[in-house]
Design a protein around this ligand. Structure first.
Ligand SMILES: N[C@@H](CCC(=O)N[C@@H](CS)C(=O)NCC(=O)O)C(=O)O
Length: 223
């Protein structure tokens, strides 16, 4: 049977919130179709109100069910997959939810000063105190998870979970911008995240996108 489940996303190069549920749905092996609405386009303006109550992407349309907000989509995907979206053990599950929520509600400086720009390399922006604090907290969080759960697999909590999906756009930022020093455990995790073979379709499509969003193009040598 063809899936009626559709994830509505923005530009693959820039829409970090769209990438998160996409990555978890793919990792969980849940079938879904994708519909891309380019951010700022006439199509986005015309269509989004009929698809997403918040008028934002991502939004998951699953039959009569509409789920907006990336974290809510991760939870929905977890339920569809019988709980495989979070770690099996309750303490790790509680911690992974805290880690994911910290990303969803925080790291404002990193999100604004290092916008996700998957195809960009060698970007450099001033390392403000607030950006440095966000990078240090991410380093602490990643390395702490890896030290304690690394025996069970290469992801933050051993096996892949929604926490990894939440931090994937951060991994792409470390690939784009200079100045993000990481502890060895975090560097190894970054390498794992960026080498994930399941990401290839998203990355290839991001690289092929023609649109540019000026406010997300920061840190080039000519800036
Ligand atoms: N809190 C939301 C954030 C969603 C969001 O900000 N989406 C952006 C694209 S990454 C968007 O739809 N922007 C279009 C607009 O605001 O008009 C989530 O977690 O899903």
């Amino acid at each position: 049977m063809t899936s009626t489940r559709t994830l509505v996303i923005g530009n693959r190069n820039y829409s970090s919130w769209s990438l998160r549920p996409w990555a978890l749905l793919v990792h969980l092996g849940l079938p879904f179709a994708e519909r891309r609405l380019a951010l700022g386009s006439a199509e986005f303006a015309a269509e989004i109100g009929g698809l997403s109550p918040s008028r934002r992407v991502p939004v998951l349309l699953d039959g009569a069910t509409t789920v907006w907000e990336s974290l809510a989509i991760l939870e929905y995907a977890n339920e569809l997959a019988g709980g495989r979206g979070w770690p099996a053990a309750r303490p790790a599950r509680a911690e992974s939810r805290a880690v994911a929520t910290e990303m969803h509600g925080g790291f404002a400086s990193l999100r604004h000063q290092w916008p996700m720009n998957i195809r960009a390399r060698n970007r450099r922006v001033p390392l403000t105190a607030a950006l440095t604090a966000d990078i240090e907290r991410i380093d602490e969080l990643w390395s702490s998870c890896r030290r304690r759960y690394g025996g069970a697999g290469p992801w933050l909590f051993g096996g892949y979970s929604a926490a990894d999906a939440m931090y994937l756009p951060v991994a792409f930022r470390f690939q784009t911008y200079h100045g993000g020093a990481l502890a060895p455990e975090s560097s190894a995790y970054l390498a794992t995240a960026l080498a994930d073979p399941l990401l290839a379709p998203w990355v290839q499509a991001a690289e092929a996108e023609a649109e540019t969003i000026a406010q997300d193009e920061v840190g080039a040598a000519s800036d």
